[in-house]
Write a protein that binds this ligand. Structure first.
Ligand code: PLP
Length: 397
């Protein structure tokens, strides 16, 4: 019991669901054939891949099937990052006369780093700002998109705050100028309803490990009839759109994960939101000077970004970690500078709050008991850190 981990970091990655693991296991030592093989031992696996593809399509509302019943709008990739890059690369390659990409200031690095590279090569990149609740400036977006824009890429939901973006409206704005529209739905898939047809997106990215499938599998949805240029060239897999022998076991796992998400989406949403709300209520009622970040009226049910004023998020995480509690901070500590993340900076969160920001992200495997344990554990941790914080002591004078 002492070593039990309380895992509140599900936007970083999730536990593989036991049902998913069970579905995958036969594909390692029993049905390990290559789906491209002529023999039945390998070939029979191809049918299972198509079954998984259909499940993924169902999760995102992609109803199209070709005459063989195959959901050809879904391309399996290795991860969300690859899917994001593949969408951007294809949009630019198929529209070489258009030299502009419009995105948001709060995208994941999977998009922003990719765009930086295009910027170095002469493509104009415009980042739409957000307000202090993380909501997109739609007027800015409307003015930024023009006939020179190849692609508008706006995430479905933000990974740090959970804020959900109006992708349907964004897609409409893109299309009104003949631009393509991509959405990074890595954090949204399995947590909120996605309908690619109603929203009319051209591309959409998903990553398996964020919805209880394993790491190393993702998908890119590409609307039917859209011209597509691959990022990875190779064999004829994925209808020549993504070379490389299929990651069969993980594809099967992702199909199962989508099936689980579809069957329980509404219940899970309710349960996650109830746990998140209780966590926030408990924290707000027992600790002074805390703020919840993001668009509180429109966010993922599992994500809570909380700023504890005048202390460092990393110190909070360290103390929580000593008690087996896992969460994330809102810092980009890769540089060692503990700078607040680009998301919190774009939201103009005051730096005394941004530094002490923690992201708690829940999953179906969390419980109300864990919520109570974490809320209680935070009280002495925050009090102790504030005691030794010169900023807190200064502010309290
Ligand atoms: N996009 C978003 C919004 C994410 O949160 C992540 C992962 O954190 C990614 C893309 C990258 O996904 P992957 O880890 O599968 O490459």
């Amino acid at each position: 019991m002492e070593n039990k981990v309380i895992y509140f970091d599900n936007n970083a990655t999730t536990q593989v669901a036991p049902e998913v693991l069970e579905a995958m296991l036969p594909y390692f030592c029993e049905r390990y054939g290559n789906p491209s093989s002529i023999h039945r031992f390998g070939g029979s696996v191809a049918a299972e891949i198509e079954n998984a593809r259909s499940k993924v399509a169902e999760l995102i509302g992609a109803t199209y099937r070709d005459r063989d019943g195959i959901a050809t709008e879904i391309i399996f990739t290795s991860c969300g990052t690859e899917s994001d890059n593949a969408a951007v690369n294809s949009a630019i390659a198929t529209n070489p006369e258009r030299r502009k990409i419009v995105t948001s200031a709060v995208e994941h690095p999977a998009i922003l780093s990719c765009l930086k590279n295009y910027e170095r090569n002469g493509i104009e990149v415009v980042k739409v700002p957000v307000d202090n609740r993380g909501r997109l400036d739609m007027e800015f977006l409307r003015n930024a998109v023009d006939e020179n824009t190849a692609l508008v890429t706006i995430m479905w939901a933000n990974n740090e705050t959970g804020t959900i973006f109006p992708v349907k409206e964004c897609a409409k704005i893109a299309h009104s100028k003949g631009a393509l529209f991509h959405t990074d739905a890595v954090q949204a898939a399995g947590k909120v309803k996605i309908d690619v047809e109603d929203t009319d997106v051209d591309f959409l990215s998903i990553s398996g490990h964020k919805l209880h499938a394993p790491k190393g599998i993702g998908i890119l949805y590409v609307k039917r009839k859209l011209r597509f240029m691959p990022t990875i060239y190779g064999g004829h897999q994925e209808r020549l759109r993504r070379g490389g022998t299929e990651n069969v076991a993980s594809i099967i796992g992702l199909g199962k994960a989508c099936e689980l998400a579809i069957s329980n989406l509404e219940n899970e949403q309710r349960e996650l939101a109830a746990m998140r709300d209780r966590l926030e209520e408990k924290i707000k009622s027992s600790i002074p000077k805390v703020h919840v970040n993001g668009d509180l009226d429109n966010r993922l049910p599992n994500t809570s970004s909380i700023s504890f004023e005048y202390i460092e998020g990393e110190s909070i995480l360290m103390f929580l970690d000593m008690q087996g509690i896992c969460a994330s901070s809102g810092s980009a500590c890769t540089t060692g500078s503990l700078e607040p993340s680009h998301v919190l900076r774009a939201m103009d969160i005051p730096y005394t709050s941004a530094h002490g920001t923690i992201r708690f992200s829940l999953s179906r495997y969390n419980t109300m008991d864990e919520i109570d344990t974490v809320a209680a554990a935070l009280v002495p941790v925050i009090a102790r850190l504030r005691e030794i914080s010169p900023y807190w002591n200064e502010a309290e004078k």
